[in-house]
Design a protein around this ligand. Structure first.
Ligand SMILES: N[C@@H](CCC(=O)N[C@@H](CS)C(=O)NCC(=O)O)C(=O)O
Length: 206
């Protein structure tokens, strides 16, 4: 059975969300970040990088939430999480890479430099630039999402997990989306039953 190592309300929810959308059986193994369990030898054997999520499926150990969601989509093709059509799949990768590089990076940089890095490495003043950069990327997505339900083709894919999850991260961090189209998309993603079930599973195990 697939195992997901993670912590509630982190990027591991992308993995549990994808598994719930696929209707897959899986075990959620809590790694308590607040107690430093991600830096303990037991977890470092699973992910030497010391970060969640990590997926284990038999002999396969995999890290990076976008790669994990894509693996789940390919393991369960009926889920449609990764499109079968080659052109749709090309766009799927385009939007996954966009989510991880253009959209997420400014939020992650802001979080690290304002509260996560050791005090001596923080530079709170970068927050303003990060928000500006986030809006620059979000406006590209807003233009793309005009008149669309999902980011790729006409059905939900794991690209929506990465994009929708990141937009909701912004909202939670108090960064306004400044687009009615993106607000509606983020809300549709935030209320997906698969996401709510994934969160529930993480909360129960933690
Ligand atoms: N690019 C990685 C980032 C993973 C990551 O930074 N995870 C955070 C939780 S959301 C973590 O484990 N942080 C612990 C640490 O950096 O010490 C992914 O998308 O999976």
């Amino acid at each position: 059975m697939i195992q997901i190592y993670g912590h509630p309300y982190t990027r591991s929810t992308r993995a549990t969300w994808a598994l719930e959308e696929a209707g897959a059986d899986y075990e959620f193994i809590p790694v308590d970040l607040s107690r430093g369990e991600h830096k303990q030898p037991e977890f470092l054997k699973v992910n030497p990088g010391g970060k969640v999520p990590a997926l284990v499926d038999g002999n396969l150990a995999l890290t990076e939430s976008a790669a994990i969601c894509t693996y789940i989509g390919e393991k369960f093709p009926a889920s449609g999480l990764v499109p079968a059509d080659i052109a749709d799949r090309a766009h799927y990768f385009q939007w996954c890479f966009f989510a991880m590089s253009e959209l997420e990076t400014p939020l992650w940089t802001m979080a690290k430099y304002t509260k996560l890095l050791p005090q001596e490495h923080r530079i709170p003043a970068v927050a303003e630039t990060c928000i500006w950069e986030f809006h620059r990327a979000a406006s590209v997505l807003a233009q793309h999402m005009e008149g669309r339900e999902y980011a790729v083709g006409s059905q939900f894919t794991a690209a929506d997990i990465l994009l929708g999850g990141t937009l909701n991260w912004a909202r939670k961090a108090g960064v306004k989306l400044e687009s009615a189209v993106l607000e509606a998309y983020a809300e549709r993603m935030a209320t997906r039953p698969g996401l709510l079930r994934g969160r529930e599973k993480e909360a129960q195990a933690a």
